[in-house]
Design a protein around this ligand. Structure first.
Ligand SMILES: C[S@@+](CC[C@H](N)C(=O)[O-])C[C@H]1O[C@@H](n2cnc3c(N)ncnc32)[C@H](O)[C@@H]1O
Length: 236
């Protein structure tokens, strides 16, 4: 057996183990939102359109993998952070932000898709975002519980990024929406929240259930179409 196939077999075994543990002790839900992202517009089209429109000069990507997005982004100054592969800096996002002194116009967060890490990445990004800059995030709209499960149990994995988005939607000083494209692309602008999400109970965002997300995602994540996203970004 080649080392690559051994690694693959171990990974699949780990996913199966995680799934069995969830099926025994965790949430079970068979809702499938049924989004087919395979044919639609890709994240780099939106990213490039925004960079061009606002004449942004600096781009930071957290989590680059095979540079599918990073290599397609057109911007004069690009920094890509990933502890394993791709980008320009071999560090975790936490290590990068701990020593970073630069500011960026556009920050794309697509690293570890776990709520606590995503929230940290967002807060750290806000601290190094230029005044009129924007943060975007990938993987905000998982279709099935297997695609959002933490720990990971599936090849296609969006994780629970969506929980961080729901939390941000309750802040009055950040305006957040999610574009219905390419696994869900979220956008965050530093300004008054124009459509604040309110709950009539205390929420522990980390503990929200996939079934609650699946039944409320349009309102909770403020999902919008591509052209509405361009308007959302443009509004003051
Ligand atoms: C989904 S891939 C990124 C895909 C890429 N942005 C694209 O659009 O094609 C996620 C990447 O995040 C990286 N990653 C995992 N943990 C991270 C962390 N703590 N900080 C930064 N990147 C991380 C992984 O190594 C992996 O390459």
């Amino acid at each position: 057996m080649k080392p690559g196939s051994i690694l693959q077999a171990i990974t699949e075994y780990k996913y199966k183990y995680n799934q069995s543990v969830r099926l025994l002790f965790g949430e079970k839900c068979d809702i499938n939102l049924g989004f087919d992202w395979s044919q639609g517009t890709k994240r780099w089209k939106l990213i490039n359109q925004v960079i061009q429109k606002y004449n942004y000069q600096s781009y930071l990507e957290i989590g680059c993998a095979y540079d599918d997005c990073f290599k397609r982004v057109n911007c004069s100054h690009k920094v890509g952070v990933d502890p394993s592969i791709g980008g320009t800096i071999r560090k975790t996002s936490d290590d990068f932000f701990a020593s970073n002194k630069d500011k960026f116009d556009f920050i794309f967060i697509d690293g570890l898709h776990e709520y606590h890490q995503v929230k940290k990445d967002i807060l750290n990004s806000l601290n190094c975002l230029q005044e009129n800059g924007i943060i975007m995030l990938h993987d905000c709209l998982p279709n099935r519980i297997e695609e959002q499960a933490v720990p990971r149990e599936n090849g296609v994995w969006n994780g629970d990024v969506w929980k961080a988005i729901v939390e941000l939607r309750t802040y009055d000083n950040l305006d957040t929406a999610v574009c219905l494209m390419d696994c869900g692309v979220g956008a965050i602008k530093k300004r008054k929240n124009s459509d604040i999400l309110k709950f009539d109970r205390e929420i522990n965002f980390a503990k929200l259930k996939f079934s609650e997300y699946a039944n409320n995602y349009a309102q909770w994540l403020r999902t919008i179409e591509y052209n509405d996203m361009l308007e959302f970004i443009d509004s003051k």
